[in-house]
Ligand binder design. Sequence first.
Ligand code: GLU
Length: 486
Amino acid sequence: MEEVRVRIAPSPSGNLHVGTARTALFNYLFAKKNNGKFVLRIEDTDAERTSQEYIDNIFDSLKALGLNWDEGPDVGGPYGPYTQSERFDIYPKYVQQLLDSGFAYECFCTPEELEAEKAEATANKKPYVYSKKCENLTEDEKAKLIAEGRKPAIRFNIAKAQRAFHDSSILEFEDLVKGKLHMDTDLLGDFVIQKSNGAPTYNFAVVIDDMLMKISHVIRGEDHISNTYKQILIYEALGVPVPRFGHLGMILAPDRSKLSKRHGATAVSDFVKEGYLTDALINFVALLGWAPSDGEELKSVDEIAADFRIGEISSSNSIFEYDKLKWMNSHYIKQLSLEELEERLKPYLEKYDLSELSKEHFDKMIEITREPLTLLSDITDAVEYFFGDGVNFDESGKETIETETSQNVLKDFIEKAETWEWNEENLHEKLEVFRGYWKEQGIKPKVTMWAVRAAVTGRTRGADMVGILEVIGKDKTLARAKSALK
Ligand code: GLU
């Protein structure tokens, strides 16, 4: 059986998008499932929109997601180079082959002429299809145009290829995800395969690269379906096998529009910056179009790979539910050991002077604040009151501290706490007694604790109070309590 070889071919005109991450994942899973190879190719033919920063971002994001490629830039492989801009000398030979076999022709139309054609189509409310004006130029006519200084682009002759290999203008193919798809190729128009400056266009370079890299299955977004018809005809015109194609539905925002920055993060690196774990992100992304057979959604990539079947990918669009991703993220955060979690939280604690805390107190602080974390970045606010001498009061903290009851409770707290031995067990016991005393005075235990909490943390909600007192320490606790007195 033919070896399964799939690829992901991002254009580095932006940071790695979650949609591309999903395409990469499905390719990766398909390769894993079939003992195949997962290839990375950088399609940087559009030099103006390409930058090294984006290329690095693509590498880093794929690696962070665990989508390591078997062949590609920086790991190499037998069919490289895997960066398109380093392959420019490969394409002309195949352009020539198509010119020689009559499946391509030189086009001398100027941008102005083409604009005029387009404007006419628009005026007549017709979809634009190139007029084929240059299809049958004689050698003399061409020589004249060249003498004028015109440089030809090369166009692919759709109708010629279509009629050479099919009975009618209809081209049909069996999509791995969507089933049978077809199109009237007369509507495609003879497209440029090589620009007048000699650069190949996407539709041509992608075919040559996939052919030379022996790609067996092309799995990508459905926005490429109309390109697929063009590409199939190029394969046929070159007389080489056509790979299988599978097109994934689009990823839409909760409002069913195209997912964009106004909905939230869209680049993998932005999700990471916002405090998502890549394990959560990859698990979530796998569920955009695919469902595990046992209905259990929380799965590692290895578990997903074992269960994955490409024919089961949904052909419809998926909705990117940020809330569901958040839920998954909080689950994955809970799974981390304290040590792993601390490591991942470090970037979000940079504004604090961590040397204020012993290792033991640092551990304690994370232990008592980790439970409600949805994003790693939530930690920044969650631990704010552990640092510095003063307290920043929030609305309810301020309100609470000003009541007469709170002031009375606090006065008593300061007096009693002065004598307490400051360790977990004892604080636990003393607070119990303290609450009991105030209960006898008719104050509910939670009201008593609000007063202490508000004075020490500036808030009325937060982590375990004994833990907080322990980490903050006796001196600071009493100082804060005193300064909360009117
Ligand atoms: N460079 C193309 C893109 O980023 C790749 C399309 C393909 O997979 O053929 O959309």
